[in-house]
Design a protein around this ligand. Sequence first.
Ligand SMILES: *[C@@H]1O[C@H](CO)[C@@H](O)[C@H](O)[C@H]1NC(C)=O
Ligand SMILES: *[C@@H]1O[C@H](CO)[C@@H](O)[C@H](O)[C@H]1NC(C)=O
Ligand SMILES: *[C@@H]1O[C@H](CO)[C@@H](O)[C@H](O)[C@H]1NC(C)=O
Ligand SMILES: *[C@@H]1O[C@H](CO)[C@@H](O)[C@H](O)[C@H]1NC(C)=O
Ligand SMILES: *[C@@H]1O[C@H](CO)[C@@H](O)[C@H](O)[C@H]1NC(C)=O
Length: 192
Amino acid sequence: MHIRPLYILLLGAASVTTHASPTPAILDDGHDLNQVPAFNVTNFEASAMVLSNRNFYKFDVTFYHEATPVHCEAMGTTINHQLTSIPQTWCPGPGGSGYGGNGTGNNNNQSNSNSNSSATTGPGVSFKWTEQPDGSAALLIVRRINDKAADTAVYKVTPDCIPMMGDDIFRHQVYEGPENFSVPAYRSSESG
Ligand SMILES: *[C@@H]1O[C@H](CO)[C@@H](O)[C@H](O)[C@H]1NC(C)=O
Ligand SMILES: *[C@@H]1O[C@H](CO)[C@@H](O)[C@H](O)[C@H]1NC(C)=O
Ligand SMILES: *[C@@H]1O[C@H](CO)[C@@H](O)[C@H](O)[C@H]1NC(C)=O
Ligand SMILES: *[C@@H]1O[C@H](CO)[C@@H](O)[C@H](O)[C@H]1NC(C)=O
Ligand SMILES: *[C@@H]1O[C@H](CO)[C@@H](O)[C@H](O)[C@H]1NC(C)=O
């Protein structure tokens, strides 16, 4: 519901750029006010295993003002040695609960990684890998701040970054893009 007024505000701001009236919706550098510091992903790996019906995804993600990365990983099942979509999976760990590292404590009952836990509210970090029909994929990382607000970053993976490698029985899909990258993140809040 709050999206529409914000959108109109943004449109309004765009059409009056010549009148230097300050607008709360867009910062000087053109960034959306909802933008938060980028999520830094390190050690990203995704691969189908050779001679196996499993695939795996793993990475560390560091948030603004936090020294300790949160480790995320998931395994999937594949019938053709390719990467597959992975449902939302919680990333356990000390930094995985709570905003700003401190305070919010360890109230994360949600570290169970069944896909229904996406309905869980409260602090926590989760991710999801989605295969697209065009052969690309998207890594979604969500950092839930509380039951009303979350920061979300989406890293798009082009098909050339996830080639099939190896011959014959060793053929399997592997992520070949950078292992470290930074993903722009945005805050969304559900208005009560
Ligand atoms: C990626 O980041 C990790 C952790 O900071 C570091 O150990 C590694 O050398 C980096 N890799 C590259 C290619 O920069
Ligand atoms: C991400 O990495 C960049 C470049 O290394 C750094 O300037 C920035 O502070 C980092 N951000 C976080 C959230 O760690
Ligand atoms: C985090 O908690 C520690 C120990 O309780 C405390 O000393 C520190 O000041 C807290 N940091 C923040 C940013 O609240
Ligand atoms: C969460 O954990 C607390 C304490 O461990 C427990 O009392 C509570 O029932 C749990 N809630 C859910 C929804 O599992
Ligand atoms: C999981 O979510 C699905 C779809 O929302 C729902 O139908 C199902 O009952 C849920 N299962 C549990 C155990 O909550």
